[in-house]
Write a new protein. Structure first.
Lengths: 359, 528
């Protein structure tokens, strides 16, 4: 039982508040990804859980035991929390074996060797950190953190410094190893793909405030506000008029989720690019549009469109990679699935409706 | 879900495993404050000394024709030396870092060797060859030969750091080699040249031995002479000298520094072919090394060969002096490095304005000539701590104060090698602060600590002025023995002492060279 629980946590450096009233529960054995831009306070959050920093207010508890209550805190070396810092932070004067066996007794060398093998670096035990690639350094850092049999593992942007080609493989390996060790895991990142792929739950941190914490599927389809929607992937945010369970927008009437509780009237409507299905011929419930640009990604293609009417509403659609479209081509767009709406009077979070997708 | 205990009422699960919120590095700050105050003590003592001397005394000593004459002499030799040392240092650095120079590695070592040869030995060598080498000419010659490495080293380091792409770009924009050097290279190393020049200036105004040998009177020679008759007049005379040093340090502090973007690539500049100039360049550098290193060592060997056995010192005397020099210098170096550690950690771990100010204040000792620090310590001992008077403690303290900035520079480099996040990782692996310090922080700090120790040791071994004032009666160091013999024009008897000094200074010098080379490797490894 190693639930991590943060209640009303606040932290400031000097006069600069870094975290404000943060609540977060990471259930035992699960993986939570904290998603936030740089400077949002995500590393500080990890350092508080690890015990390198102390909270100014609120409580941190691990396994039901308060480890920091704003007055006193359990020292880092007594928390048994495995920590994988950004870019590994391996001890430069120690070999791979020296790094991994740092936290355990000499008699336990075999365990260090097991972990080195587990992360796929068997045979590299005598190398020094500067003789390893970035991905190998991350693997060593993970093995080192696991030697103390932590019930909680914290990872700080573990894959961000790696090439895209390495990233996917390492991410899969790390996920597998962490599942095997059954550790409660918190990973912080600014990369939404990483968050969606890795997480059981995603917590969005924005300027030191926890915006939401939810299941990735849920969060992708029902983000709490426009900013959360755009930070989790490409999104169409359209001006709409809500009437009952329908929203009327440039693409016609779009059905809303039955549990949507939005007052009738002006609203913002979220449609993910994959909800816009592009047809080469017109049909019922389709709207004519013109192809502005295409970005080919191999397995799929992102298509920039404008609705072929005087309003020229811009749209982003995701189509299968084998559908070849050319600029200026006329197509027909159909909406699949349900829309997510926010009333204009609240939940817009200061974003202009034109902010359609993440840069 | 476990019920959350009420904050504040919770008893520690395991006694001693909880800690109250720690002050962030307040211990190091407190230690740094104490150290900075101790380092600034000579300034305060100087003020007390001058006050004790009284206004009439100060007036008598300072406000006379002779003071003006001494000030002119001091400034003339300092400015001339700075100019020549800067030109030679920059030129030599360009040759070893940017030109296709035959035997480049050997030159990088040979050009730094004068650091290991005390300036007063160089002065003695030249003067013993030709007694007409004296006055401003001789003083400038000897000081330039001894101090140009202080410009060469930082400029060479700066050239190594800067991206050669800048010079390549200048060439691609049509600038010739000279034009590129003047318009791109010189501005790039401006900060390094300024820093080196300030060090040269402070070294020259503190110099005593050379000027005494070459009969060139400056404030330091005057202070020393006065000290033998009238300690209070010496204190009064120190005031303008210290003011001059502080002025230069202040000017150096207010000159704006643009951060030079250092190269993120490990690309090394493609050395430029010297073609027909190769021979001339090698000859020029050769002359420089012969004048600065060859002549002094050759002269020493010549005098030793010339002397009869009877005039050479007994091995026992030489051994005792060597032992004294090693132990005092090593102790001084140890104290300086130990004191530098908390100051370096304080300013590196969190650089807030008060912390930077505190750190910078310790550099003020650079402006204090050895004779002034020595005199202030004598004043301190005679007035407040007589038990320390005529003990080696004062000498060790003087070495530590004088060379603290050198130790700090090295220790700061090594603190950067041991970032706090590594210690954090160590703690997260279940190790206490002591274990983490011993197994992570200390091993990473060690090379820098050793470098600082070597640098201070080397400088202390070649130190003369403070040693002459503070060495306890009956104790002879290599420098004081050499000084005693050469004052009696017993050149042959003096020579072995100088040779041992040079030998002692070469060992840490070579270690330092290795360290700088290693630093370069570390940097190369960090860059992908």
């Amino acid at each position: 039982m190693s639930t991590i629980e943060l209640r009303g946590v606040a932290k400031r450096f000097g006069v600069t508040p870094v975290l404000t009233d943060v609540d977060l529960v990471v259930p035992d054995g699960s993986t939570t990804v904290v998603l936030g831009a740089s400077g949002s306070g995500k590393t500080t959050l990890l350092r508080l859980i690890a015990g390198f920093e102390q909270v100014d207010a609120g409580t941190v508890s691990i396994d039901g035991r308060v480890v920091d209550d704003g007055v006193r805190s359990v020292r880092a070396q007594h928390r048994g929390v495995g920590y994988v810092p950004q870019e590994g932070a391996l001890f430069p004067h120690l070999t791979v074996m020296g790094n991994v066996s740092f936290g355990i007794s000499r008699a336990d060398r075999s365990r260090a060797q097991e972990l080195i093998d587990l992360v796929g670096l068997g045979g590299l035990g005598r190398r020094y950190p500067h003789q390893l690639s970035g991905g190998q350094q991350q693997r060593v850092a993970l093995a080192r953190a696991l030697t103390i049999r932590p019930s909680v593992v914290l990872l700080d942007e573990p894959f961000s410094s790696l090439d895209a080609s390495l990233r996917t493989g390492l991410r899969r390996d790390v996920a597998r190893i962490l599942t095997e060790t059954n550790a409660t895991t918190v990973l912080v990142t600014h990369d939404q793909n990483e968050a969606l792929a890795f997480a059981d739950r995603i917590a969005v941190l924005r300027r030191g405030v926890m915006v939401v914490s939810a299941d990735p599927h849920e969060l992708y389809r029902h983000p709490p506000d426009v900013t959360a929607a755009t930070s989790l992937g490409e999104a169409n945010i359209l001006a709409a008029e809500v009437a009952g369970n329908w929203a009327r927008c440039a693409l016609g009437a779009v059905p809303l989720h039955s549990h949507a509780q939005v007052n009738d009237g002006p609203a913002q409507l979220l449609l993910r690019p994959e909800q816009l299905v592009v047809h080469l011929e017109g049909g019922p419930d389709t709207v004519a549009a013109i192809v502005v640009d295409t970005q080919f990604h191999g397995h799929d293609t992102l298509v920039d469109l404008v609705v072929d009417d005087p309003e020229h509403q811009a749209l982003l659609a995701r189509v299968p990679g084998d559908l070849v479209l050319s600029r200026g081509q006329r197509v027909w767009v159909e909406v699949h699935g349900h829309g997510r709406v926010w009333s204009i009077d609240h939940g817009t979070d200061g974003e202009s409706p034109a902010a359609r997708r993440r840069a | 879900m476990t019920e959350l205990p009420v904050p504040g009422t919770l008893a520690p699960t395991v006694p001693g495993r909880w800690h109250r919120r720690p002050g962030r590095g307040q211990v190091t700050v407190a230690m740094s404050v104490v150290i900075a105050l101790a380092l600034l003590l000579p300034l305060g003592l100087l003020a007390l000394d001058a006050r004790a001397a009284g206004w009439t005394e100060i007036h008598r000593v300072l406000f006379r024709e002779r003071s003006w004459y001494l000030l002119q002499h001091t400034v003339f030799v300092s400015v001339l030396t700075v100019v020549f040392a800067a030109l030679i240092g920059m030129g030599a650095a360009w040759c070893t870092e940017r030109a296709r120079l035959p035997g480049r590695r050997a030159w990088t070592v040979l050009l730094v060797l004068p650091v290991a040869i005390p300036d007063f030995v160089v002065g003695y060598a030249w003067h013993s060859i030709d007694p007409t080498i004296n006055g401003l000419f001789g003083a400038t010659l000897v000081m330039t030969l001894g101090t140009y490495p202080l410009v060469y080293l930082p400029v060479a380091a700066a050239l190594r750091r800067t991206d050669p792409a800048m010079e390549d770009t200048a060439h691609s924009l049509g600038a010739g080699r000279l034009s590129t050097f003047v318009r791109v290279t010189v501005p790039l190393v401006r900060t390094a040249v300024l820093g080196g020049g300030v060090l040269v200036f402070l070294t020259v105004i503190s110099e005593y031995g050379v000027f005494e040998i070459l009969r060139y009177q400056t404030f330091t020679t005057e202070i020393f002479t006065e000290f033998q008759f009238d300690a209070q007049a010496a204190g009064a005379l120190s005031v303008p000298l210290v003011c001059l040093g502080l002025l230069v340090l202040a000017v150096d502090g207010i000159i704006p520094r643009r951060a030079v973007t250092s190269s993120t690539t490990s690309r090394v500049a493609a050395p430029q072919p010297l073609r027909r100039a190769t021979l001339a360049t090698v000859a020029a550098l050769g002359v420089l090394v012969v004048l600065g290193v060859g002549v002094p060592i050759g002269t020493l060997l010549y005098w030793m060969a010339q002397s009869q056995h009877s005039t050479l010192p007994a091995a026992a005397t030489l051994g005792a002096a060597t032992g004294a020099t090693i132990s005092y210098s090593a102790l001084g170096a140890l104290v300086a490095v130990v004191l530098a550690l908390p100051v370096a950690m304080m300013s590196f771990r969190r650089s807030t304005t008060p912390r930077i100010f505190l750190e910078r204040s310790t550099y003020v000792t650079q402006a204090l000539p050895g004779v002034v620090v020595a005199l202030s310590l004598v004043f301190f001992a005679t007035h407040y701590a007589f038990v320390l008077y005529q003990t080696s403690v004062l000498l060790v303290v003087a070495y530590a104060i004088l060379h603290f900035p050198l130790a700090l520079v090295c220790v700061k480099t090594s603190v950067a090698q041991a970032p706090a996040r590594l210690a954090d990782v160590g703690r997260s692996l279940g190790k206490g602060p002591m274990v983490v310090f011993l197994r992570v922080t200390f091993p990473l700090l060690l090379p820098g600590l050793l470098a600082g120790f070597c640098l201070v040791f080397l400088t202390a071994v070649t130190e003369l002025t403070a040693t002459l004032v503070l060495a306890p009666i009956g104790v002879q160091t290599l420098a004081t023995q050499f000084w005693a013999y050469q004052s009696e024009v017993a050149y042959g008897a003096a020579a072995p002492y100088a040779l041992v000094i040079i030998a002692l200074a070469m060992v840490p010098g070579a270690l330092l060279g290795l360290w700088f080379d290693r630093e370069r490797h570390v940097r190369a490894n960090l860059t992908p």
